[in-house]
Design a protein around this ligand. Structure first.
Ligand code: GLN
Length: 304
């Protein structure tokens, strides 16, 4: 498997140079577009990695998976009164549907949806950003994981669009807490800095029926795991979810930091990262690495 991952890394490097690093969050614009990392965590607990797999990057929207998982753990099915379950077909930060649909976002993986989910967590926890950071640490087994204050400050400064979504939802009665506190918590979680290895381990519970690799315990139930994977399949790459499903066919979640985590249920979790993005906000080289991974998956020995 190690040689196989290195081969995928070498082939995906040919896509470096395409796409653009996110610039609407200025702190992210400083990322080196030549970076490319891949890490795989198998359900047997083996870890394989190639390239820049140990460099922490801003997890951005991959945080939406953590937020959703925690909100489902604390609020159960009641969460779906606040947020829908269908693809939006729109960019992740679009406001177009939100007014027409009376402040109920289409799904938890677009910004408005994740902000509503975060509101539920602000209601549930005393210090939500710290709680989220600690969960990321426990899930990945890495106590050094931090919220990147520079990225957090940059997002806060350029929050107009997310603030507009939050205020609109507040006006429709779909946000219980103060907008500023909810946004601060949401940005804090997006600003978590984690490496490909950290993320492959942290989200390994999605491949293992909810059993968390680094925590030695079941983090969520198998049924909840299956449901989270389903939402990743339909909504994980925003308006490009259908393209990605056709090319890769695995539940996945991307972020504008350039990371994408994909799940092979029952087998393994993969994280690929490269900062340059396509027009939907998904990493060009990371998508290609996952496409190569999926294409060659059948050739992998069953023990892998
Ligand atoms: N924090 C980012 C935002 O709210 C997350 C977007 C993303 O990764 N797609 O704009």
């Amino acid at each position: 498997m190690q040689g196989w991952i290195e081969d995928i890394h070498a082939r995906a490097r040919t896509r470096l140079g395409s796409g653009h690093v996110a610039s609407y969050i200025p702190a992210l614009a400083r990322q080196d577009p030549e970076r490319l990392g891949i890490a795989v965590c198998t359900n047997a607990g083996e870890l394989y990695a190639a390239g820049d797999a140990e460099i922490p990057f801003s997890i951005q929207s991959i945080a939406k998976v953590l937020l959703l998982t925690l909100a489902l753990r604390t609020h159960g099915e009641g969460l779906w009164e606040r947020v829908g379950l269908n693809p939006s077909g729109m960019p992740f930060n679009s406001l177009a549907q939100l007014e027409a649909e009376r402040g109920k976002p289409r799904n938890p993986f677009i910004n408005a949806g994740a902000i509503v989910v975060t509101d539920r967590l602000v209601s549930a926890f005393a210090t939500p950003p710290k709680h989220l950071r600690d969960v990321a640490r426990r899930l990945s087994g890495n106590d050094a994981i931090l919220i990147d204050d520079g990225v957090l400050a940059s997002e806060w400064q350029h929050r107009s669009r997310n603030a507009a979504a939050a205020y609109l939802m507040k006006a429709f009665g779909n946000l219980d807490n103060e907008v500023d506190e909810v946004l601060h918590t949401y940005f804090s979680c997006c600003a978590l800095a984690m490496s490909c290895k950290d993320l492959a381990i942290a989200l390994s519970f999605l491949a293992a029926g909810g059993q968390a690799q680094a925590m030695d315990e079941r983090f969520v139930s198998p049924g909840l795991t299956r449901r989270i994977n389903s939402i990743m399949s339909t909504c994980g790459l925003y308006d490009a979810a259908g393209d990605f499903a056709y090319r890769v066919g695995l539940p996945a979640k991307s972020g504008v930091g350039g990371g994408i985590v994909a799940v092979v249920p029952g087998r393994m979790t993969i994280c690929a990262w490269s900062p340059a993005l396509d027009e939907s906000g998904n990493s060009v080289a990371a998508q290609y690495a996952l496409e190569l991974f999926a294409e060659e998956f059948d050739q992998m020995p069953p023990s892998g």
